[in-house]
Ligand binder design. Structure first.
Ligand SMILES: Nc1ncnc2c1ncn2[C@@H]1O[C@H](COP(=O)(O)OP(=O)(O)OP(=O)(O)O)[C@@H](O)[C@H]1O
Ligand SMILES: [Mg+2]
Length: 331
């Protein structure tokens, strides 16, 4: 990523950075009315990244060509990718593509996770994860409760409301990846978003993407260390008040002895979600199920208890109970 793009990106998504720079932000310049000639030229320019068409090494199926082109166009235009090389996986909710990175990014390959708008809307039992979460808009900012038009659209599930909620899932995934990557977690670095896609670090090589843990067995000796790494990553999330929400061997990539956690749109909010404990326990149980099969001794119940006790915010009643217990112990 070149520095201009990085600044622009940080400005949008890093709350700390935004805070620092808010005072220096220049007023919005008014753009003069464009001539017809100018508009035509701009439209022509827009297709430059795609060489006037959608000629990628990967040949999309007829049904996917349209949304793949629309979803990845901004990545071509922003000189982040130069080609789509192959489809890594066509999932239920999203398809992931191996892309050739533009040299300005300093990377060779990148992964574009392209959400399928229709499927995306129907699939998730999203209510459980949404509780206590903000709706995040395409500009990376949370929607205001006082925005009645938006709130009404969301409640009514109008086309606009559905689009806003779709964008919010995507932005939650993007922002979670961004913050976790910044915190040193084992996740792909995200580079950009479009209406329907996230561009991020690709794990794997030119021939194949990294397998997920469920597809492989671990060599004896490495399972224990990788298990602790997964728990460490869960801890990093809890420290930020988040739970993955769909963590299992299916959402952990394995490459050259290391792991990468993926697939974060349903990230749940520890403090605001009444199901948080259940969601954490389910994540830990699924992770333990895989690693137990690889010879690691792990008890999901007690690990969940330790994680939860340590990181969940203590409410007033619990604090009073702890305090009186402490007094009693001291007597
Ligand atoms: N950064 C990446 N590098 C390499 N491969 C990736 C990357 N991200 C995702 N994949 C591959 O794409 C698959 C789908 O990605 P992801 O799990 O994020 O989406 P999903 O919506 O859960 O799809 P599914 O319904 O298949 O689980 C993953 O299982 C993995 O094989
Ligand atoms: Mg997945």
């Amino acid at each position: 990523m070149n520095s201009d793009q990085y600044d622009h990106f940080q400005q949008q998504f890093d709350p700390d950075w935004r805070h620092e720079t808010a005072r220096r932000k220049p007023g919005k310049a008014r753009s003069p009315k464009k001539s017809e000639q100018q508009i035509i030229q701009e439209l022509a320019d827009e297709t430059i990244g795609l060489e006037g068409g959608f000629n990628t090494t990967y040949t999309p199926a007829r049904y996917e060509a349209g949304f793949l082109r629309d979803s990845t166009r901004p990545f071509f235009d922003q000189e982040l990718i130069t080609d789509i090389l192959a489809q890594v996986k066509g999932g239920k909710e999203a398809s992931v593509y191996r892309c050739a990175a533009h040299e300005l990014t300093g990377k060779k390959l990148l992964a574009a996770k392209v959400y399928r708008p229709r499927q995306f809307r129907n699939l998730r039992n999203d209510k459980m994860y949404r509780e206590g979460r903000n709706i995040i808009k395409a500009d990376g900012r949370p929607a205001k409760k006082s925005d009645h038009r938006l709130m009404r659209a969301l409640n009514k599930k109008s086309n606009f409301g559905v689009q806003v909620s779709h964008t919010s899932w995507l932005m939650h995934e993007f922002q979670t990846l961004y913050q976790l990557h910044k915190a040193g977690a084992s996740v792909p670095e995200p580079l950009a978003t479009s209406d329907n896609a996230i561009l991020m670090d690709y794990v794997g090589d030119e021939r194949r993407a990294a397998p997920t843990l469920n597809e492989i067995g671990l060599a004896s000796g490495e399972a224990e260390a990788l298990f602790h790494k997964v728990i460490h990553n869960i801890t990093l999330m809890l420290e930020r008040g988040w739970i993955h929400g769909d963590l299992s061997a299916y959402n952990i990539l394995y490459w050259e002895g290391d792991i990468t956690l993926i697939d974060f749109p349903q990230v749940a909010d520890c403090a605001g979600n009444s199901q948080a404990h259940f969601i954490l326990q389910r994540d830990v149980t699924r992770v333990c199920a895989y690693f137990a099969g690889q010879g690691v001794r792990c008890d999901a119940q007690s690990i969940t208890r330790q994680l939860w006790q340590h990181y969940s915010p203590v409410d007033e009643q619990d604090r009073l109970a702890d305090w009186s217990r402490q007094e009693y112990d001291e007597e």
